[in-house]
Design a protein. Structure first.
Length: 298
C-alpha cells in the first residue's frame, strides 16, 4: 500500500508480517525511534498491539540507501483477525478496556525521542493557517472553518486542562487500525500518529467512528450514544475518565477533523492528490459543519 509510508505484507510458511518503510518528509529518524520505543513499552506492559520485530543483529529499524535518500523501515508482527465496523456491545467493551490498558502505559512512559505534541496550537491554529492557500476559491468555507476553529480552541482552553489526564495518544483509534480475532480479543496497530497530549483525544477519535456510522445511515444517533456509553463504561473499569474529559470530546473531535485536514493538505503530493480536490474540500467542510451542528449548542 502506497501512502505516506510504503507498507508491505510479507508472508512465509510461519506467518504474516507488515513491513513499513517511512517517508522522510513525514517521519524523521528520531520520530521513528520514538514510535518503536513506545511500542516496545506497550508490548512489555502487556498491551495488545502489533509490535516491532528485532532482526538477527538486534536492530528494529532498518536503513536503506534509496534513490531519493536514506529511508528507514520497521518490520511489525501481523495483527491477526480482521476489521469489524459493526460493533457489538462485547466488541465495544473490549475496545474500552484495552484502550484504557494502553493509556495506563502511555500515561506513565517517558520516551527518549520526540513525537509531535497534540495541543490547541498543533490541532487547530497551525492547521488552519496551513490550509489557507487551498481555499483561495472557497472564501466562505474558509471563513466558517477559521471562525469555528477559533471558538473551539477557546472552549478547549476554558476547561481546567491541568485536571485532564495526559500521555501518548494513538490519535487514530478508528476500526481500520485494530483487528478482532473474536469479540473479546483485539490488537491495535498503526501508531504512526502517536504523540503526547490529552488522552481524551483518543476517546474523541473513537467517537468519530460512531459519528460516521450515523452520517452513513448505519446507526441512529440514539444507538450511537448507547454504544459510546458502553465503550466509556468499559474504559472506566480500567482507568478513570472524568465527566469534564467527556464534555471535551465534541471539541477535541472537531480538532481531530481540522488536524487531519492539515495533514491531507501537507501530504497530498505524496499520496492524496487523487482526492484532495475542490470537491473534497467542500465535502470535508460540510462534514465538519455537521459535526459542529450535532454536538455544539449555540
Amino acid at each position: 500500500m502506497r501512502n505516506v509510508s510504503d507498507t508491505y505484507l510479507l508472508e512465509d510458511a510461519n506467518g504474516r508480517y507488515i513491513f513499513k518503510i517511512y517517508r522522510d518528509a513525514h517521519r524523521k529518524h528520531d520520530e521513528i525511534k520514538a514510535e518503536v520505543e513506545l511500542l516496545n513499552a506497550l508490548t512489555e506492559g502487556g498491551a495488545k498491539v502489533a509490535y516491532p520485530l528485532t532482526d538477527l543483529s538486534g536492530q528494529q529499524i532498518q536503513e536503506f540507501n534509496a534513490i531519493e535518500g536514506t529511508r528507514y523501515g520497521v518490520m511489525f508482527a501481523y495483527a491477526e483477525g480482521k476489521v469489524v465496523a459493526d460493533l457489538t456491545d462485547e466488541h465495544l467493551e473490549t475496545i474500552g478496556r484495552e484502550m484504557a490498558a494502553v493509556h495506563n502505559i502511555t500515561s506513565a512512559v517517558k520516551l527518549k525521542y520526540p513525537r509531535k505534541p497534540y495541543t490547541v496550537e498543533t490541532m487547530l491554529r497551525e492547521p488552519i493557517a496551513t490550509i489557507a492557500p487551498a481555499f483561495k476559491e472557497l472564501p466562505d468555507e474558509y471563513a466558517y472553518l477559521s471562525s469555528a476553529s477559533a471558538k473551539v480552541a477557546a472552549h478547549i482552553e476554558a476547561f481546567d486542562l491541568s485536571q485532564f489526564r495526559t500521555g501518548y495518544c494513538h490519535y487514530d483509534f478508528l476500526p481500520k487500525n485494530f483487528h478482532f480475532t473474536d469479540a473479546a480479543n483485539v490488537i491495535f496497530f498503526d501508531f504512526d500518529f502517536a504523540g503526547y497530549g490529552l488522552l481524551a483525544n483518543d476517546i474523541a477519535s473513537f467517537y468519530i467512528h460512531l459519528f460516521l456510522e450515523v452520517m452513513n445511515g448505519k446507526l441512529t444517533q440514539e444507538k450511537a450514544d448507547e454504544q459510546f456509553a458502553v465503550f466509556v463504561a468499559a474504559y472506566r473499569t480500567v482507568r478513570p475518565l472524568s465527566n469534564e474529559e467527556l464534555a471535551a470530546v465534541p471539541y477535541l473531535g472537531f480538532a481531530f477533523w481540522v488536524f487531519y485536514f492539515g495533514f491531507h493538505y501537507e501530504n497530498f503530493d505524496d499520496w492524496s492528490s487523487i482526492f484532495f480536490t475542490t470537491g473534497f474540500i467542500k465535502g470535508r467542510v460540510a462534514l465538519i459543519k455537521k459535526w459542529a451542528d450535532r454536538h455544539f449548542k449555540g
